[in-house]
Design a protein around this ligand. Structure first.
Ligand code: T4K
Length: 372
């Protein structure tokens, strides 16, 4: 059995970094202009370039995805209860708590691991104001059904699209659904600006309001219209984003190739299930989750440790469930019986290394270890 080289650990992801020399002209421009932040030239260029690349109308850049989530909720003045998924990164629900909103956890669909539309209506109460689904691993939610429910009950929809950079469903960007979508450009993401994030919105008025909110509520030098925050992306991050856009198509292509290799290599392994592939959708292969089923010879955790022992640092995204963390577990919707599908997924999932630059040999070593 071949393992990865212990001296070169394989992480679940590695950031894509262009050659340093290519970034120098961008830095020189910033040094020359002495404009470092607060809606500078790179910030403006990057917002427009992202709109063009992603096929969306309006984007407001942020320092990170979490502040984008917190501000998105503020911008729509969401209060009371929000229906969301327990099967996500903890920032999803934390953004609600930071706004004094109560998350109401609803179980996920067994195929996509996204919020199950069949279970949303039963969780709606007179206090419900919005739904916050996550396009988990970049797999699109059932946006049509979710919008129907939202329309029937007069609810807002805010997508946590942290994983969904470049994802398309039914021929258009999945970010065009719902009232707002939030992106993350964290170092570990498909598209990174070291740290970074954005809110995608559908009209110029909303974008203006969000821009005020991320700049302390300032409209002009002397007018403050809201108790805003400092969520502005700096010129360095925006410039890096401009450079990163040049390589994104190649990076997505490499991820697709790695995804296909894993699927082929793991296809016959008893007890290992790969999540369904994209079908008609354009996805970004941001993660490669496998489910370690009871008929696999090792438990999920035993396989996870076996991989680590060979220098393969896979991750159990998303274990524990958000609803199991101390600040959530006392909530009625966090009850185990309410979330059987999410609970099973959290107990079985391992996300394998996937990032541009992963070699065929490294991929084969991961497959070899799992296949035994
Ligand atoms: N909503 C969802 C659904 C999200 O998944 C996230 C973030 C958010 C909202 C919030 O967006 P941000 O506020 O972060 O923009 C990571 C990321 O920190 C987090 O951004 C991400 N989701 C989450 C799924 O994963 P950790 O604690 O697992 O990351 P960490 O530091 O253990 O890194 C994972 C691996 O990546 C490391 O083992 C090695 C590699 N790595 C990491 C970093 C930071 C590198 O090679 N280079 C690096 O610079 O949370």
């Amino acid at each position: 059995m071949m393992g990865a080289d212990k001296k070169r650990p394989l992480y679940v992801t590695q950031p894509v970094l262009p050659p340093l020399a290519e970034f120098m002209p961008y830095l020189e421009q910033i040094w020359d202009s002495k404009w470092l932040t607060n809606n500078g030239p790179f910030h403006r260029q990057f917002e427009q370039a992202l709109c063009d690349y992603l096929g969306v109308k309006h984007i407001a850049l942020f320092t990170n995805g979490t502040l984008a989530l917190v501000t998105a909720l503020q911008s729509l003045r969401i209060t009371g209860e929000v229906i969301t998924t327990p099967y996500s990164f903890v920032a999803t629900a934390h953004s609600l708590l930071w706004n004094g909103i109560r998350p109401v956890f609803v179980d996920v669909d067994p195929v996509t691991l996204n919020l199950d539309p069949d279970k949303i209506e039963a969780a709606i109460t007179p206090h419900t104001t919005a739904i916050m689904p996550v396009h988990c691993y970049g797999c699109p939610c059932d946006v049509v059904r979710i919008q129907e429910i939202a329309d029937n009950y007069g609810l807002r929809v805010i997508y946590d699209a942290a994983h969904a950079f470049g994802v398309q469903s039914q021929g258009e960007s999945v970010l065009n659904h719902g009232d707002l979508s939030i992106l993350s450009f964290h170092a570990t993401k498909v598209f990174n600006t070291f740290e970074g994030g954005a809110i995608v919105c559908q009209d110029a008025k909303t974008k203006r309001h969000i821009d005020h909110l991320k700049n302390f509520g300032f409209v002009d030098e002397t007018t403050v219209v809201a108790s805003g925050i400092n969520g502005k992306m700096s010129e360095i991050n925006a410039a890096f984003g401009m450079l990163q856009l040049k390589g994104i198509d190649a990076a997505l292509q490499q991820r697709q190739t790695i995804d296909a290799r894993y699927r082929k290599g793991l296809a016959g392994v008893t007890g290992i299930r790969c999540l369904s592939d994209a079908g008609e959708d354009v996805v970004n292969h941001s993660y490669f989750p496998i489910m370690v089923r009871p008929d696999y010879p090792l438990s999920r955790d035993a396989l996870y440790h076996e991989l680590s022992d060979h220098g393969i640092y896979a991750r159990r995204y998303f274990y524990p469930l958000i609803s199991d963390f101390p600040m959530y577990r006392g909530m009625p919707s966090a009850a185990h019986a309410n979330l059987p599908v999410a609970r099973e997924a959290a107990s079985q999932v391992i996300c394998l290394p996937i990032y541009p630059g992963l070699t065929d040999e490294q991929i084969e070593s991961v497959i070899g270890l799992i296949a035994g």
